[in-house]
Design a protein around this ligand. Structure first.
Ligand SMILES: *Cc1c(COP(=O)(O)O)cnc(C)c1O
Length: 422
């Protein structure tokens, strides 16, 4: 099946006479014929649902669909993208370990890695995603256990050289974990370029309608954990009578451990109802992404021609720093998110924003409706103009998430915004 077809048909296959649409299994609990079977479930020697904090048939169908879309062997849904990043790291790192992340990542992930992980005794070194492999190597330590990056990063709309990061991680025998939220598997499948673990905030394009927060972790099944660096996967887990994940679950060791150990303990599993809604979003992912990309490309070119605009970040523009990486990794488009800077700083950016009628001011991206955010007066409000520039954000920078409206209506709104700027 091609990806458009997978969006509709993977994960749930109704048998004769069953509901055509994935049902919402609104049950915390499952019933068994014998105590022996329950014992086997608790020993992980039989598969099946135990309790809806660990798995649920509706969520399971969505996990199978996302795994198929990314080309992985298994997936685990979480209650948010943040929970997905946290669990993807904690599944293989403990206090005393270290990992490397590119510095151009989502702000929430940055806080998690720099502050909260540190409190847990796990240290992160941030590196420039555009650095050479020799430069990257300098950040590597004997206790480094993972490399992390983002396919398309905000606010520079920077495209990651996935193969370079994967090569660097694999040379050092550690997995490469990638946040593929903005690209979605419709635009890019990082596993095909060497990524080992893919995570998403499903809150963004996968849901697409701004109705529920969620996340997912996908395992490629390709990383060899049995190299001496990951005893947590290769030695006995006392909380399951000595199960050794790599022995019992083979290629699915990582994703099985994340579910049966960490999800059991942390309890960040989504509800069946949320998974049902996420599935509705996934069914139309391919058609939506095509239109998001087409509209964003048109808006980026339009903004680029305006004399009121200082610069536009969108990888399909000629002369964009990331154009060749986008041609390689994002041949179908670069998502609906653009950032651009209005000349005249904060004041003019606010005038532009306040003149918009169609685009709504929200703290969100990747919605079907066009929306805008001015980081200098919202998410990065506490920073001075000087600090903003250090964070790669100019005072006039606007993040525009282009929706699915008719392009002429969006253009008219943007023009009204530009007209309001002196
Ligand atoms: C929003 C986002 C997250 C965090 O996801 P939540 O679902 O909000 O917890 C992580 N990574 C990226 C790239 C995001 O855009």
């Amino acid at each position: 099946m091609k990806i458009e077809t997978k969006c509709l048909h993977e994960g749930y296959e109704p048998q004769n006479g069953e509901t055509r649409v994935l049902p919402v299994y609104q049950s915390t609990t499952y019933k068994y014929d014998s105590t022996e079977h329950v014992g086997k479930l608790f020993d992980l020697s039989a598969s099946g649902h135990m309790y809806s904090r660990i798995s649920n048939p509706t969520v399971d169908a969505v996990e199978k669909k996302i795994a198929a879309l990314e080309g992985g062997i298994g997936a685990l849904c979480t209650t948010s993208g943040q929970a997905a990043s946290l669990i993807s790291i904690l599944n293989i790192l403990s206090a005393g370990d270290h990992f490397i992340s590119t510095s151009t990542i989502y702000g929430g992930t940055l806080n998690l890695f720099a502050v909260t992980m540190k409190r847990l005794g796990i240290e992160c070194t941030f590196v420039d995603a555009d650095a050479s492999e020799e430069e990257l190597q300098k950040a590597f330590r004997s206790n480094t256990k993972a490399v992390f990056g983002e396919t398309i990063a905000n606010p520079a709309i920077a495209v990651l050289d996935i193969e370079k990061l994967a090569r660097f991680a694999h040379k050092n025998q550690v997995p490469f974990i990638i946040d593929n939220t903005f690209a979605t598997p419709f635009l890019c499948r990082p596993i095909e370029h060497g990524a080992d673990i893919v995570i998403h905030s499903t809150t963004k394009y996968m849901d697409g309608h701004a109705i529920q927060v969620g996340g997912v972790i996908v395992d490629s099944g390709k990383f060899n954990w049995d190299n001496g660096k990951f005893p947590c996967l290769c030695e006995a887990d006392e909380s399951y009578h000595g199960v050794v994940y790599t022995k019992q679950f083979g290629a699915a060791a990582y994703i099985t451990k994340a579910r049966v150990q960490l999800m059991r303990d942390f309890g960040a599993y989504p509800s069946a109802q949320d998974a049902f809604l996420l599935n509705l979003g996934l069914e139309t992912l391919a058609v939506r992404m095509e239109r998001h990309c087409k509209n964003a490309d048109a808006i980026a070119h339009f903004l680029n021609k305006s004399d009121k605009v200082e610069f536009v970040n969108y990888p399909t523009l000629d002369g964009n720093k990331y154009k060749s990486l986008a041609d390689k990794y994002l041949p179908k488009g670069a998502s609906g998110v653009i950032s651009f800077s209005i000349k005249g700083g904060r004041d003019n950016a606010v005038k532009f924003m306040d003149a918009l009628k169609l685009a709504s001011i929200v703290v969100h991206v990747a919605d079907i409706r066009t929306c805008v955010l001015h980081p200098a007066s919202s998410t990065h409000r506490q920073l001075t103009d000087e600090q903003l520039v250090g964070a790669g954000i100019t005072p006039g920078l606007i993040r525009l998430s282009v929706g699915l409206e008719n392009i002429d209506d969006i253009l008219e709104d943007i023009q009204a915004g530009l007209d309001a700027v002196k």
